[in-house]
Design a protein around this ligand. Structure first.
Ligand SMILES: [Fe+2]
Length: 279
């Protein structure tokens, strides 16, 4: 998965059979290189640097085969994933529920999102499965003066802040939350099974992009990620009703510096409608 941070240019992608396609990108563009495809990036400017951030599933792949030569030098096309289709990296994209079926997003910071309730506060959300790969990615947004529920999961999630300002609390079980400030361009990588929780303290919606490999997703018997399930029923998400006073006090203090109040009453009330009893 690649997110372009700055500049503009193009990328050529081709397979061993010689099928190739070239597409253009600019700051904010999001795309994925298909499995085992050759690719080359070109800076379209003679003066300005281009910059991107990317995430791969290389660590689990290297661990699985333990053979760098095999991983990098085995000729093999996957034509069902990529076969030089001329519109492969075009803006087409069918929306299926929360999933946008596309291989290219022109401007991640301004992509329209879909309303999602699972993590509180009525934030927007959209998921991608680009280039038929196994790398998950999604964009999530939350409104002014709100925050997400805390949760935890396996390693490898890369959270890139696209818009807004705020902070995240992160902590391993049994320890005090640690606070990390962020703004556009900040990259946050929650360590393995650390709780993490994101707070919008700025004057605009906060939006982030997350890259994650499926191998890290711990799921229950019904296939639901435990990170989305309440701790009260055995999951790894902390209900608002169960968060520590520190969480709410810290948030109120941070907002007060901007002269605003938390806008969380609706989220707290909505949660109470479906909150499970304490075990
Ligand atoms: Fe997370």
């Amino acid at each position: 998965m690649i997110l372009v941070l700055d500049g503009q240019g193009s990328t050529k992608v081709w397979n061993d059979a010689g099928a190739e396609v070239i597409f253009e990108w600019q700051a904010g563009s999001l795309f994925a290189i298909p499995l085992n495809a050759h690719h080359q990036h070109f800076n379209g400017s003679g003066q300005k640097a281009a910059r991107f951030v990317s995430s791969t599933n290389m660590p689990p792949v290297i661990n699985l085969y333990d053979d760098v030569d095999f991983v990098f030098n085995t000729p093999k096309d996957f034509p069902n994933r990529f076969n030089g289709e001329p519109d492969y990296f075009s803006l087409k994209g069918e929306q299926k529920g929360l999933l946008l079926d596309t291989n290219f997003v022109a401007d991640a910071a301004n992509l329209p999102l879909i309303e999602a309730k699972e993590r509180g506060a009525g934030g927007g959300h959209i998921r991608f499965a680009m280039a038929k790969g196994s790398m998950n990615s999604h964009i999530s947004q939350f409104p002014i003066a709100t925050y997400k529920k805390g949760h935890r999961h396996g390693p490898g999630a890369h959270v890139i802040m696209l818009t807004g300002t705020g902070y995240s609390l992160m902590w391993p079980e049994g320890e005090e939350p640690r606070r990390y400030e962020w703004g556009p361009g900040t990259l946050i990588v929650p360590p393995n099974m650390w709780f993490h929780q994101h707070f919008n303290t700025g004057l605009e919606p906060a939006r982030y992009l997350a890259f994650k490999h499926e191998v890290v997703s711990v799921r229950n018997a019904q296939g639901v990620p435990k990170a989305w399930i309440s701790q009260r029923i055995g999951g790894d998400q902390i209900d608002y009703a169960d968060e520590s006073l520190y969480v709410r006090d810290t948030f109120r203090e941070a907002l007060a510096k901007h002269g605003i109040e938390p806008q969380m009453d609706d989220a707290y009330a909505t949660e109470l409608q479906t909150l499970q009893p304490k075990p």
